[in-house]
Design a protein around this ligand. Structure first.
Ligand SMILES: NC(=O)c1ccc[n+]([C@@H]2O[C@H](COP(=O)([O-])OP(=O)(O)OC[C@H]3O[C@@H](n4cnc5c(N)ncnc54)[C@H](O)[C@@H]3O)[C@@H](O)[C@H]2O)c1
Length: 332
């Protein structure tokens, strides 16, 4: 692999993950890191031995020799930074969700096409062995078709408050649900056609949210696919501090059930209660995501998940918000 020089924008949780993986990848080097919070940027520089630190992405993009940019900042500012990077001719790996609005997402897809750069979306779950095993089991008829995929979980208001905000993060319907909308497309090998949702904003009066405008934080979303398969998400990020629910995730089919445990285990149960366990599945998703993006650049291959995939997931999220507002089923 040829040498790849990287600039990472954002030195928070995911910026740190990207930086660590880039620095560990043979043939790649992070030349510059940028965060509006200088303390964070300096801490990442020290931890990962990076040459240059910036607090303004435009100055970071002037750093000589950059090939690609990792964007790991709040979703409401994905567009301004990603588009600027693309217009400078840099390949971009942007964290999911693509954006919080359709206009921002579409502008990013257009910029990547116009600039002829690789544009990958951080749908890291595409790199989980568990998701690929699920696809193999569902496609192979292990529990029959069609299937009904369920996930339910509830946690307290996220300490990272921007993620709850309508303009910066979009709450769980945009920030978290996009992972499921994307992985269901892969597992069902089909596209979403219809969305229904009901939801509430439990955190409206939370003293934590005084500086933010919280998006719906508690929701049940049903997504029907062209294949007849259905995905169901029941999420809350609106519970009081210290309060959470058990997480439940499984796939129901006419011939059995697949329990989805954590990120590395599946248990298939078929007629008569017979079970088959798949454990120790490779959950090292970020290492594989970064390596796949580098390969797409160096060998001029398609990215695993791109802007169009990001837009499909965002459209399902926006349809869920529309369904909550109107009480109607939304056809995609
Ligand atoms: N793939 C995943 O599973 C996953 C998990 C968590 C977060 N994310 C996504 O990653 C992105 C970042 O989330 P995070 O958890 O790292 O957030 P974070 O709050 O931990 O870090 C974000 C950082 O961006 C910086 N920042 C904000 N605006 C900036 C700008 N204009 N220029 C430079 N720096 C700026 C902040 O100062 C902060 O340090 C979000 O889009 C989020 O949805 C993805």
């Amino acid at each position: 692999m040829e040498q790849l020089n990287i600039c990472v924008i954002g030195a928070g949780d995911l910026g740190t993950v990207h930086t660590e993986q880039w620095q560990a990848l043979p043939g790649a080097e992070v030349l510059a890191i940028c965060d509006i919070d200088e303390t964070r940027a300096l801490a990442a520089q020290k931890k990962f031995g990076i040459d240059a630190v910036y607090t303004d992405y435009r100055e970071a993009f002037d750093h000589s020799g950059i090939d690609a940019v990792s964007v790991a900042i709040p979703s409401g500012v994905h567009r301004i930074v990603s588009e600027a990077a693309m217009r400078r001719g840099y390949h971009v790996l942007c964290e999911k969700p693509i954006a919080v609005t359709r206009q921002d997402g579409e502008a990013m897809v257009t910029a990547a096409q116009e600039c002829g750069v690789k544009f990958a979306l951080g749908f890291c779950k595409r790199f989980l062995e568990q998701v690929h095993k699920l696809r193999e089991l569902v496609q192979g008829g292990a529990i029959g078709r069609p299937v009904f995929y369920r996930h339910a979980s509830g946690i307290s208001v996220r300490p990272k408050l921007w993620i709850m905000d309508k303009e910066m993060g979009g709450g769980p319907i945009i920030d978290m649900a996009c992972h499921y909308f994307d992985q269901w497309r892969l597992i069902f090998d089909s596209e979403p056609v219809q969305v229904k949702a009901s939801g509430l904003t439990l955190s409206t009066d939370s003293p934590l949210m005084t500086e933010y405008d919280p998006e719906v934080d508690t929701v049940t979303i049903l997504v029907e696919f062209a294949s007849g398969d259905v995905g169901s998400l029941s999420l809350s990020w609106g519970l009081p501090p210290g309060v959470s629910t058990e997480t439940m995730e499984d796939v129901l089919g006419p011939d059995g059930v697949i329990a989805v445990n954590g990120l590395d285990e599946l248990v298939v149960q078929t007629e008569g209660g017979e079970t088959e366990l798949f454990d120790g599945l490779d959950a090292n998703m970020f290492e594989r995501e970064i390596a796949a993006f580098a390969e797409a650049i160096c060998e001029d291959k398609p990215v695993a998940a791109g802007g169009e995939d990001g837009m499909i997931a965002l459209q399902v999220s926006l349809a869920a918000l529309q369904s909550i507002e109107t009480g109607q089923v939304v056809t995609l």
